[in-house]
Design a protein around this ligand. Structure first.
Ligand code: ATP
Ligand code: FE
Length: 356
């Protein structure tokens, strides 16, 4: 099967072609991503209206480039997969309309994909990961633990009740005058910092569940920064490094402990497969990655982290999730709708987390 995938739910416009024959490993034949960072940089965040217009303008080019890079034509596809939510609704609508147009023009089947399912299935695109596996999805907009039982079956064990970790890294960078995206710049500063100098809280560790909270870390950071500034009249390079190190250690510690708990739940359900996976931009953080590897080795679980280009928003994961869905008979009609909210685990109460 060969699928074209489209993604436009946030600030990346992307198209990709993915192929899988029988039981052979899936192949990413092409993956094109147009970022919009510079369009939004003056506003300090993604502006939905600007994003939607840019997606509408860029999608055709992305599709053309993805097909050209794969050296294939639209007629060579078996189906068209598209992110149908959750996300910024204007962007999602742009993608869904584009996919419908392509499907109508070619007669190809249309497959709507949940963006989070795309992230959650990525380890199977790159590695032979059997169901069920545990997934920690950590990005700029999301943070949740999922037991992935099948292409359409997810159990949410918990997640953030406020900010996502990527968002917290970005805000930390902003508070310290470091460049965006904040994750890489905070990580770089942290390398020369002392994580013990500033004492950051470890939110929600007193609770036995798998929920997390990161907004308090940002508040703590602001308070510590202001205190240093009041004492010395400014921040030295070392102060900044120590603040970054303390913040990053707190995020890693909290994720480590909650991951241990999530693994316990997962192993109760599936003692045999023992596979823990991660996706999302924050998976790029070397301290967090190292911590996850340690936690997995404690319980003799296999740790799988897809390459970073497939961890952040891309269309290959959408094409692949669409492929799995299509293979098991999933398909949509022209009534496919764009959904701003679409929790993966329909059975879990929305109050368990941001549900984003
Ligand atoms: P989503 O995919 O949830 O819609 P998003 O597009 O913002 O949100 P991603 O593209 O997956 O998320 O990841 C971007 C986020 O990852 C940013 O918040 C960025 O700061 C963070 N990030 C990237 N590299 C690192 C790093 N080395 N350490 C920590 N965070 C990082
Ligand atoms: Fe995403």
């Amino acid at each position: 099967l060969t699928l074209l995938g489209l993604e436009s739910s946030c600030d990346d416009t992307a198209a990709a072609v993915v192929r899988q024959s029988g039981q052979a490993p899936a192949e990413v034949l092409s993956s094109v991503v147009f970022g919009q960072t510079e369009l939004h940089s003056a506003f300090g965040g993604v502006v939905p209206e600007i994003a939607a217009r840019a997606h509408a303008e860029k999608l055709d080019h992305c599709v053309r480039d993805a097909l050209a890079a794969a050296n294939l034509r639209l007629q060579d596809m078996d189906a068209i997969a598209v992110t149908a939510g959750p996300g910024l609704i204007g962007g999602v609508i742009s993608g869904v309309m584009c996919a419908k147009g392509l499907a109508a023009a070619t007669g190809l089947p249309l497959v709507g994909v949940n963006h989070l399912a795309g992230h959650a299935l990525t380890p199977r695109l790159t590695d032979a990961v059997p169901y069920p596996y545990l997934m920690l999805l950590v990005s700029g907009g999301h943070c949740q633990y999922l037991i992935v039982r099948g292409p359409d079956e997810f159990k949410r064990l918990g997640g953030t009740i406020d900010d996502a970790p990527g968002e917290a890294f970005d805000k930390t960078a902003r508070l310290l005058g470091l460049p965006q995206p904040g994750g890489p710049s905070v990580q770089k500063e942290a390398e020369s910092g002392d994580p013990r100098r500033f004492r950051f809280p470890r939110p929600l560790l007193d609770r036995p569940d798998c929920n997390l909270s990161f907004s308090g870390l940002k508040t703590a950071l602001m308070r510590m920064r202001d205190q240093v500034m009041a004492e010395k009249g400014g921040l030295t390079r070392q102060d900044r490094a120590d603040l970054c190190a303390g913040f990053q250690a707190a995020v890693a510690d909290v994720l480590a402990e909650k991951t241990r708990r999530a693994i316990r739940h997962y192993l109760e359900e599936a003692p045999a497969t023992r596979t823990v996976t991660v996706a999302g931009g924050v998976a790029a953080n070397t301290a967090i990655r190292a911590m996850l590897e340690t936690v997995c080795s404690e319980v003799d679980a296999q740790f799988v982290a897809p390459p970073l280009a497939l961890c952040t928003d891309n269309a290959a994961m959408i094409a692949y999730a669409g492929l799995e869905r299509f293979r098991s008979g999933g398909q949509d009609g022209m009534d496919l709708t764009a959904r701003p909210r679409w929790p993966l685990d329909q059975s879990s109460p929305a109050m368990l987390g941001s549900g984003k």
